[in-house]
Ligand binder design. Sequence first.
Ligand SMILES: NC(=O)c1ccc[n+]([C@@H]2O[C@H](COP(=O)([O-])OP(=O)(O)OC[C@H]3O[C@@H](n4cnc5c(N)ncnc54)[C@H](O)[C@@H]3O)[C@@H](O)[C@H]2O)c1
Ligand SMILES: [Zn+2]
Length: 360
Amino acid sequence: MRKLKLKLGSNSYEIIIGWDLLQQMARLLDVAGLRHDVVIITNPVVEQHYGNSLNQNLLQEGFKFSTLLVPDGEAQKTLKTAEQLYSRLADLHVERTTSILATGGGVIGDLAGFVAATYMRGLPLVQVPTTLLAQVDSSVGGKVAVDSGTIKNKIGVFYQPRLVLTDTATLQTLPAAEFSNGLAEVIKYAVIVDKLFFAYLEENMQRLRAKEESCLEEVIFRSVKIKAGIVEKDEKDTGLRNILNFGHTVGHAIESASDFKIKHGEAVALGMLAAGKISLRMGLFNEGEFNRMKVLLQMAELPARLPEIPLARVSEAIAHDKKIHNGRIRFVLPKSIGEAFVSDEVSLVLIEEVLSTWHE
Ligand SMILES: NC(=O)c1ccc[n+]([C@@H]2O[C@H](COP(=O)([O-])OP(=O)(O)OC[C@H]3O[C@@H](n4cnc5c(N)ncnc54)[C@H](O)[C@@H]3O)[C@@H](O)[C@H]2O)c1
Ligand SMILES: [Zn+2]
């Protein structure tokens, strides 16, 4: 078991990473000073795999708990579902000291986190992430939100959890495609700030994809440490946190131009390659390092080929991106493996050129 603390003054919290933590849930909640009264918000997929072991542990330790199920899928990340959850919380007569256990992937984390942040002006929130993406990314940093219309995460707040409990054993049941989705964010962290971590991933990708216990723990710990370090310096996303958008400007645009048929991690992988190509053209990155990035993404079963999507829609989506300031795109570029920076020098024309000549 590994622990690290995200230091944000009175909003500080611990992130605990380890195998079979669900079976120790009650004790860990107790150590964190939380009351023995919890509401688990989860979905039927996660409930089916892990409901029993979690419930058993809470029962044994005399916890009072209820489980609220939300159907699976991003389509549930809405104010409508949040409202349904509010009324179920009201039916349960929850008090302000009742903790919400957001148990699932990023969809559950964002939705249950948003509900916890807003119900009665805030209930204690415990993130219990069960996808790799949620474990290395969405459970850490306090962004919670629901979607509105076609705009993802449009309605949200910053609300830090009281505790993050990451049970790495839950990844055993995660489908391979979802695992790769999370690996895109892992590789992102390595490229932007940590060349030793990148080398570790190059050496251990097989073990990682085989979900070996010690390897999972190491990789999740190192990823979370990087994200936590950045969040500590920029809790409300006003500057430094921008670096975490590496691969995401083009990535988000590819996702939306494909009507979300291309998964987030796949789109981010392509976005990282696009950023690499742009940086190469600007003479700021080198071919050898670009190829290492490409090979590692392929080892993670992530795409390197641009799929058939209308490029006009991709550039339109980039042009509408919120990361544009005064007509300039804030773009994260790799300088070398382990170092990236935010540039205002990337034009839409250059991005279009790189996308249209992708396979040359
Ligand atoms: N708040 C943030 O900072 C932040 C950061 C990144 C992404 N996000 C959000 O995260 C969401 C994506 O999260 P995700 O990729 O985890 O998707 P997800 O929550 O939809 O989970 C993916 C699939 O895996 C299933 N699943 C979850 N745990 C499982 C397990 N242990 N075994 C088997 N199946 C399991 C889910 O039921 C779902 O079908 C998006 O809504 C995105 O906006 C938020
Ligand atoms: Zn992402």
